[in-house]
Design a protein around this ligand. Structure first.
Ligand code: SF4
Length: 221
């Protein structure tokens, strides 16, 4: 049966069922954190970097500077010794310190929990805001779209664009709201495992019988 010919919501429902079965332990961010502020910092650091790289540097950072108020008092250069191994560390340091100042001055030291407020922080786009909202506050305001999600959504035939906002809107129209956070985590898990941008291993993929880009399925025809 080729589910891709059924309506998009039915297709996505089967995609999610299979992905949940395979990656049930990965429906949360892999960025280590203990507070919303630490998750915000880790997510800013994770732009164009791997979560594993970020998790290597945040233990020392969060040990010495655990709370937002400490970041609001320092210069961005004070962060270099902790985050210097991460790409774009200078601009990320500025974003973290500026965001800390805004949070201290305008939100009494608490990370805001709406999309509009998060987008006013420095260096915070929809992806970062969605990660914080869903993982720190349990709020599904949107769907965090990273490079894995872009690759997987296109190969699954759900999107024909690399524009993250268009992909987010498309997924929001066919995935039930309670699964918005899950779909992001599951696409990331699939993208890291067998559907990488460089190479797809369709023969090992749990979606090989329903994905329109599956080479495993084509071989059987
Ligand atoms: S079947 Fe292949 S192309 Fe489709 S999601 Fe799986 S690995 Fe990616």
């Amino acid at each position: 049966m080729r589910l891709r010919k059924l309506n998009d919501k039915t297709y996505m429902s089967e995609v999610l069922r299979l992905l949940k079965k395979k990656y049930s332990g990965q429906m949360q961010t892999s960025l280590h954190h203990e507070t919303p502020w630490q998750l915000l910092v880790a997510t800013i650091l994770s732009a164009q970097a791997q979560d594993a790289q970020v998790n290597k540097i945040t233990p020392a950072l969060f040990r010495d500077l655990p709370n937002v108020k400490e970041y609001a008092r320092i210069r961005p250069t004070a962060l270099y010794k902790y985050i210097g191994s991460i790409g774009l560390f200078r601009s990320k340091a500025k974003s973290i310190v500026e965001s800390a100042k805004i949070i201290m001055n305008e939100y009494h030291g608490s990370v805001p929990y709406t999309m509009d407020e998060l987008l006013k922080l420095r260096g915070v786009g929809r992806k970062t805001a969605n990660v914080v909202l869903s993982n720190a506050f349990g709020t599904n305001s949107g769907i965090a779209i990273d490079t894995h999600c872009i690759t997987v959504a296109n190969r699954l035939g759900i999107a024909r664009t690399r524009n993250p906002v268009k992909i987010e809107n498309r997924l929001m129209s066919i995935v039930p709201k309670h699964d918005w956070s899950n779909v992001s985590h599951l696409f990331i898990a699939l993208g890291r495992d067998v559907c990488t941008a460089r190479k797809k291993r369709c023969g090992e993929c749990t979606l090989r019988n329903i994905c329109p880009s599956s080479t495993a399925m084509k071989r059987r025809r």
